[in-house]
Design a binder for this molecule. Sequence first.
Ligand code: PEP
Ligand code: MG
Length: 565
Amino acid sequence: MLKGNGISDGIGLGKVILLKKEKIKPEKIKIDNVEAEKEIFQKALKAVEEETASLVEKLTGTEKEIMQAYLMILQDPNLVEETIKIIEQEKCNAAYGVDKGFQKIIKMFEEIDDPYMAARSRDIADMKKKVLNKILNKEEINLSKLPPNSILVTKELTTSDTAKLDLKNIEGIITEEGGANSHMAIMARTHGIPAVGGIKQAMGQMQENDFIAMNGGTGEVFINPSEEECTRLREIKEKLKWEKEQLENYKNEKSMTKDGHQVELLANIGGVQDVSIALKNTAEGIGLFRSEFLYMDSEDFPTEKEQFEAYKKVAEKMPNQKIIIRTLDIGGDKELKYMKLPKEKNPFLGYRAIRIYLDNIPLFKVQLRAILRASHYGNLAIMLPMISSLEELREAKQIIEEVKEELRNKQVPFQEDIEVGIMIEIPSAAILAEELAKECDFFSIGTNDLIQYTVAVERGNEKVANLYSHFHPAVIRLIKYVIESAHKNHILCGMCGEAAGDLAFIPLLVGLGLDEFSMNANKILGARKLIRELNFEDCKKLADTVLKLSTTDEIKKVLHSIEFC
Ligand code: PEP
Ligand code: MG
C-alpha cells in the first residue's frame, strides 16, 4: 500500500493510465533512402489529417472550428515543402525533418507581432507533436477521451489538464506532486473525483493497466490489491453513497439554525458545465464563478461573444439567483498557454489576476462587456480578485463605469445597478476592510489565498502543508475583522475559499456572522444539515472562546470536539 495525501474524498477502483509529459526531440540520423523517409512523413501526415477530418465531422461549435483550423495547417503546402526540403537536403530521418521543418514555420509565426498569429504558432506546434507521435508510434493520451474507469497517474496535473478531463470515465487521480489546496485539487473535489497527491515516484511504481483501489479521503493507494482489500473499499464506497443519499432530505430545507438565523449556501463553479451539479445540490446561487477556466479551456482568448453566451447560459439556468462572476484570475498556479506570461520566481506574488487586467485594459474590457451584456438576462454580480489596495478597486471600478457608458451609448441593455464586489484574499485588503467596504457592494473572503499570504505558506506546496491552516488564529482574526467591517458598512460578507465548506469550521463562521458560504456544490447538503443542527447563540459563544485562543492546535481541538460536528 502507498500512502499520500488525500486531496479529494471518495473511493476509486480502476485501471492505470500513465500520463507522461515528455518533450519529443528527435535525433538526426543520416539516411540513404530519402524516398522511404519522405513516404513515412507523408503517411503520418495523412493519418493525422484523416483523424482530424473525422473529428471535424463529429464536433460542433468552437471545437469544430479549432479542428478545421488544424486541418488547414496540415494541408498547408509550405509546411509539407519545408519538411520534404529538409529530408532531401540533409538526407535525414522523417522525424528530424518534421521537427526542423515545422519549427521553421512556427518561428516565422512567432516573429509576427500579433497575438492571433502567435496563437497559430501554438496550433502548428500541436500538429508537429501529433505528426511526430505518429512517426514514432507513440500513443498520445487524450485527456478528454479516456477509457471507462481510468485512474490517471502523473507527476503533476496542471489546472488546464484538469479542465480537459473526461469526467464520465475518470475514476481517480494520483499525482506525485500537488497539495490539497492547488486548483487541481479544488476541481477534483467539485467534480467528486477521488484524488491522492504526494505519492513519491508514482509513475515508476505503477504500470499501465495496473488495477488500483484508492481512497481519496485517507490517501491510501493499493496497486493490484487483494480481493479482500477491494471488498473493503467497495464497502466504504457504498457507505459514502448511502450517506449522500440521506442528505437528499435537506434539498428543500432552509439553511437556517434552530433559533432562526438564516445564511446562504452557494456553489463555486468553473464553467457552465458545473451548473447542473450546483442545481442538483440546491445551491442558493453561485458565490464564485472562476471565469479563468473558460480561458484555460480554450485554445485562444475566448471572444466577447463566447463569454457572453457562457454567462448568459448560467444566468438563465439559475434565474432569480445571484451569480457572482469573478473576473479573470490567471497567474499563480493557473497558466494560459497562449498568453505567454513572463516566468517569475514567485508567481503567487507576481503578475496575477487584477494586476494583469489593470495592465491590459482592452482585455479587461472584453470580459466586462460580456458580463454586463449577460447581466440583462439574470442577477449577475462582478467580483474582482486579488485586490490589495483602494487604488486598484477605484481604478477597476472606473473601467467598469467606462464600459457601462460605452454600452449605454450603443443602447445595449445591461443591469445598471449590477453589484461590484471584491475578494478579500490578501492581508492588506483584510486590514483595509473598513475602507474597502465603503466603496464596494460585497466582500467574499478567499481563504485559499488569504491563508497562504498571511502565514507565508504556498498553497500547493506539500512540504509546508502542515503550516497551512484556516484554524490559524491570525487567519481567524482577519476573518472576524473583515466580517465586522462589512456589516458596519451595511454590505454582505461571504466566503468562497475552501474553508467555507469545512464542517468543523462552519459553526465558528456562523458565530462570526458570515452571511454567505460558497463551496464545492457536493458539500452544500452536508453543510445545510449541520447548520440546521446549530444554535446561533451557541455559535457566537463559540466564536468568543476561539478568539481568545492563540494557537492553531488549541483552536483545532476546540472546533473538532464540539458536539454537532
Ligand atoms: C481563494 O483564494 O480562496 C479563492 C476562492 O480563489 P482561488 O482558489 O481561485 O484562488
Ligand atoms: Mg484566490
